[in-house]
Design a protein around this ligand. Structure first.
Ligand SMILES: C[S@@+](CC[C@H](N)C(=O)[O-])C[C@H]1O[C@@H](n2cnc3c(N)ncnc32)[C@H](O)[C@@H]1O
Length: 268
């Protein structure tokens, strides 16, 4: 019988883990979908707001080519450090450490603003969307947010509340808090955007096996610190609880995730 080691963590910092685990499992595929909708053209000037480790930013740079310009902006210096380190030297991207609500960028400097899976975390969403509109020169904005919370994540959030406390669970709630089509449409219009179109789609993803994905996800997020501070007994109990319930999603050793993604497109 294989002995199971509960409560394992991958170590490293959350930004490095985000790039190593979350991006291949979820972020890269969502970014490819965003690229399809954005239809970037060579020569366009693109800003990626809440760029994280730069998965969208680098795809945008490939698409606009040397005639275009690309910038990535994020409030988290750790995410930006990984973004820089992951960018090949022949790709030129300007990185800005700043809040989306107050961007150190001139008016009308971009043709396209992209924002993938970040709006839900931004405290003042209306201010951020107004800033995105301000820096557009005509042009278009595309904002993608995940949700509603899929059953697989509901299981994890509920277990986090039970074993690590409400603060750990609240991150999971925040991730899926901004997907409502009417709410997002209204917010975009309030920020001054026109021709607002919001589409909700369901996406299928293949995730690692339960205990791997649990700790890869936790260690890619601010929950990592709370998990590290908890006792091993609590981490073991969390893992046993979540993994038992996640068995229903396992197919051939991997988990199947069905998750909603809502994308707003709008013109300045
Ligand atoms: C889940 S990550 C998404 C990163 C990237 N867009 C992707 O799809 O992989 C959310 C990002 O939003 C950033 N963020 C949160 N609040 C922000 C704010 N007020 N201004 C700028 N960035 C913010 C975080 O630092 C984080 O890097």
């Amino acid at each position: 019988m294989t002995q199971q080691v509960y409560g394992k963590t991958f170590g490293g910092n959350p930004a490095e883990n985000y790039q190593r685990f979350f991006v291949p499992a979820i972020g890269a595929s969502v970014a490819e979908d965003l690229m399809e909708v954005a239809r970037l053209k060579p020569g366009e000037r693109v800003l990626d707001v809440g760029c994280g480790t730069g998965v969208v930013t680098r795809l945008a740079a490939e698409r606009v080519g040397v005639a275009g310009t690309v910038a990535g902006l994020d409030v988290n210096p750790g995410m930006l450090a990984v973004a820089r380190s992951q960018t090949p030297p022949d790709i030129s991207i300007d990185w800005y450490e700043a809040t989306a609500e107050s961007m150190p960028l001139p008016d009308e400097a971009f043709d396209v603003v992209l924002c993938q899976m970040a709006l839900q975390f931004i405290p003042n969403k209306l201010a951020a969307l107004r800033e995105m509109r301000r820096v557009l020169d005509g042009g278009r904005a595309l904002v993608t947010v995940p949700g509603p919370k899929p059953p697989l994540f509901a299981i994890m959030t509920d277990a986090l509340a039970r074993h690590l406390g409400p603060e750990a669970a609240s991150f999971g709630d925040l991730v899926f808090s901004m997907h409502d089509v009417d709410e997002l449409s209204e917010l975009m219009r309030s920020a001054g955007f026109r021709r607002v179109d919001v589409q909700a789609k369901s996406k299928s993803l293949r995730l690692p096996a339960p205990s791997d994905f649990l700790w890869q996800y936790i260690d890619s997020t601010p929950i990592a610190e709370m998990a590290a501070q908890a006792s091993k007994a609590k981490r073991d109990a969390l893992e046993r609880d979540v993994c038992a319930q996640w068995q229903e999603f396992v197919v051939d050793g991997a988990m199947r995730l069905q998750v909603g993604m809502t994308t707003a497109t709008a013109l300045k």
